[in-house]
Design a protein around this ligand. Sequence first.
Ligand code: AQP
Length: 326
Amino acid sequence: MKKRIFSGAQPTGQLHIGNYLGALKNWVALQDEYEAFYCIVNLHAITLPQDPSTLRKATLDLARIYLAAGVDPEKSTIFIQSDVAEHAELTWILSCISRMGELERMTQFKDKGKGNTERAGVGLFTYPVLMASDILLYQTDLVPVGQDQKQHLELSRDLAERFNRDFGETFKVPEPYIPKAGASIKSLQDPEKKMSKSDENLNGSIFLLDDPDTVTKKIKRAVTDSGTTIEFDESRPAISNLLSIYQILTENTAEECVAHFEGKGYGHFKTELAEVVVEFLRPFQDRVREFDDETLLSILKPGAEKARSIAADTLRKVYERMGIVG
Ligand code: AQP
């Protein structure tokens, strides 16, 4: 029996190269070895206001991105979260064993709620409980995510352990899979912040659907540090971030990258980096155009059916253990 992985992304805005390097790239690499479930988490998206027609379109567009990135529907189950009602149902159950204090400590709530708990949505507050439900429903062994999701994954583990202790062994306790390189790609405009879909400064993110000209301009405008050498250095996060992107896309070692740029200046480095990113995006964007809506639905609907059969089984056990009958 293969071990199982679960992961997902939100159909909120355009995916960027950070989403790809931190998550999607690893989903593709892991799908041979694991039984993989990749979800389009549209219920997470509505924790912040969304325009309905934009959300509807973004949901299918995200399925295109998964497929173009190399997620293979013959190997992996791809589905839309809202097609499996058990996600919302288990969220209620897990909310009842979650504690206000532990959710208040979640840094993403503090960031996205902009520190204003009075005005922040309750859904944004309970977002990590929905994420725990996503993962635990599938008896997941491994969850490939970027560094920003590590804290949420810890909560998923805590909730699984708490439920198992209080009601008997029910959930597998999942392990995080956080890549060594690419787990936290930073904004090109502010290396203290992660690259983000919702960043108002569009120059901070390289979107997967950016055209070559836009990519090149964004990289040329990327902030650099006061030094002159091209190397990994914790005290120089801007150049280290750009070099990480170069390293992962070229699949060279850190030492090879540093040696390659020895004696070269920032201008030369940025030109080469832009070429590498553009050459990576070109075939990716061609593949995105290959999938029409009908093809997507023919993948997503059976995906949801397969997911639902496993999710329903877990939820039935949960209800039994808790004494909920109906
Ligand atoms: N900058 C990043 N570097 C590496 N990995 C990242 N991820 C997100 N940003 C980076 C990983 O991408 C996966 C899908 O993310 P998501 O759709 O759940 O969105 P998010 O984590 O909330 O971050 P975004 O993409 O920046 O969106 P917004 O702006 O809406 O918050 C996850 O595995 C995530 O770790």
